[in-house]
Design a protein around this ligand. Structure first.
Ligand SMILES: Cc1cc2nc3c(=O)[nH]c(=O)nc-3n(C[C@H](O)[C@H](O)[C@H](O)COP(=O)(O)OP(=O)(O)OC[C@H]3O[C@@H](n4cnc5c(N)ncnc54)[C@H](O)[C@@H]3O)c2cc1C
Length: 378
């Protein structure tokens, strides 16, 4: 076991810190939550800065314009950018974190050439059209149809919870290409240009008052068959490639931010009971941060264990406990809560135990794949 960062890793960190110190003052203030045009521009501008600075596509192979960084360098990147309070990946998250990597593994040469450079430069925003009203945890139960008509598929159906759908140029969409096959054998993975005729996008208002998600209605949408990634009806396998990337690094920056929020919250109270609870929260986040580092170290050695699944489950629940404590603190101390970062965080964290696999599903996966308990009855 090597507990220290190598000289090369420390040098990567120092160069990154210097770059952040130089770059962050030039970043304009974040636009308001509902100004979608400005939000898109702000996120795209940051991606462009990363690209120009040599930090775009950190974990992508060099042959596709990435940096070929090690998992440890990626971890350092998340740690340093979160500590410096640099912009988060924002609207670029689908493209850079999972659609791009899926195309690298599964796309044709033409698909890679058409999209990878645009994603890295921040010129192309992607969204994900996987979930449907009747297919969330049971994703393979999706019903949006893609009927073959010559060189096109004709799409009909509905997607939901499509983050950033209102500003996306392209989507990774799952469709049913064989309605008669067992449910996970009749699915295909498509690249869907979001401006095609027949696509209607309706934003959904969240508890925070903003419209982070959209419903997407598809009526006789014609998509060329050449937009399919992987073989027809082999989309479930491709989906698992996407999910592997989606769930991989989702919470690293958040963990660093949680430690900061705990420290900030401690400044708001002198109540001994609250401080004790805050100490427990801090210890939980700190422990998870150590587990994250161990997980990255195992991944670097090709021996990834159950760390990622455990971190997602434990982190999302710890963050909700922390949010509840903040609300109690604010209520007891009579603090002004409108626009308060801690209150907003509490509302936002409600989604953490659902996004990228609900807690119950994570428990099922851990019990079946890690603990070897009997499978859930189908
Ligand atoms: C912040 C956020 C962003 C998202 N972004 C996107 C996006 O961009 N694109 C997209 O396609 N989707 C997106 N989603 C949707 C997300 O993938 C689904 O919400 C998630 O898969 C759960 O599905 P569901 O909401 O249909 O809940 P359901 O699957 O209906 O689950 C409801 C409840 O039942 C429980 N449950 C379900 N099945 C079982 C079981 N077998 N055993 C025990 N308990 C069970 C669940 O754990 C949950 O508590 C996003 C969700 C969130 C919160």
């Amino acid at each position: 076991m090597e507990l220290r960062y190598s000289e090369a890793e420390e040098s990567f960190r120092a160069t990154l810190r210097e770059w952040l110190e130089h770059s962050l003052p030039a970043v304009p203030p974040q636009p308001s939550r509902e100004d979608w045009v400005a939000r898109r521009q702000w996120d795209a501008d940051w991606q462009r800065r990363l690209f120009d600075g040599g930090y775009a596509g950190l974990n992508w192979p060099k042959e596709y314009g990435g940096q070929g960084a090690t998992p440890t360098e990626q971890l350092i990147f998340f740690e340093e950018t979160a500590k410096a309070r640099a912009p988060y990946v924002g609207a670029n998250f689908v493209g850079t974190l999972h659609a791009g990597p899926t195309l690298i593994e599964e796309g044709t040469g033409a698909q890679k050439a058409a999209h990878l450079p645009n994603i890295l430069r921040g010129d192309e925003i992607w969204c994900q059209g996987f979930s449907e009203p009747g297919a969330g945890s049971d994703l393979a139960g999706l019903r949006t149809r893609a009927d073959r008509d010559g060189d096109d598929y004709v799409l009909n159906g509905q997607k939901i919870w499509c983050s950033f759908g209102q500003i996306a140029d392209v989507g990774e969409f799952l469709v049913r290409t064989d309605p008669d096959a067992p449910k996970n054998r009749g699915i295909s993975w498509l690249i869907l240009p979001m401006d095609l005729p027949g696509i209607e996008i309706r934003p959904i208002k969240t508890a925070l008052g903003s419209s982070e998600f959209c419903e997407v209605f598809l009526t006789d949408v014609r998509v060329p068959v050449s937009q399919r990634v992987g073989a027809e009806n082999d989309g479930w396998r491709v989906t698992n490639v996407t999910l592997k990337y989606e769930r991989g690094t989702a919470f690293v920056s958040e963990l660093i931010d949680s430690l900061r929020l705990c420290r900030d919250a401690a400044k708001l109270t002198s109540d001994a009971a609250h401080l004790r609870e805050l100490g427990h929260c801090y210890a939980a986040f700190d422990g998870l941060w150590s587990l994250t580092k161990r997980n990255v170290s195992q991944t670097s050695r090709g021996t990834a264990g159950a760390g990622g699944m455990v971190i997602k489950l434990a982190y999302s629940e710890a963050r909700q406990r922390f949010g509840e404590l903040c609300l109690r603190m604010l209520e007891r101390d009579g603090l002004h809560i409108e626009g308060n970062e801690l209150v907003e965080e509490r509302l936002r964290t409600l989604a953490l135990t659902i996004a990228a696999g609900a807690s119950q599903i994570q428990r099922n996966i851990i019990s079946e794949r890690v603990l070897g308990l009997p499978r859930e009855p189908r």
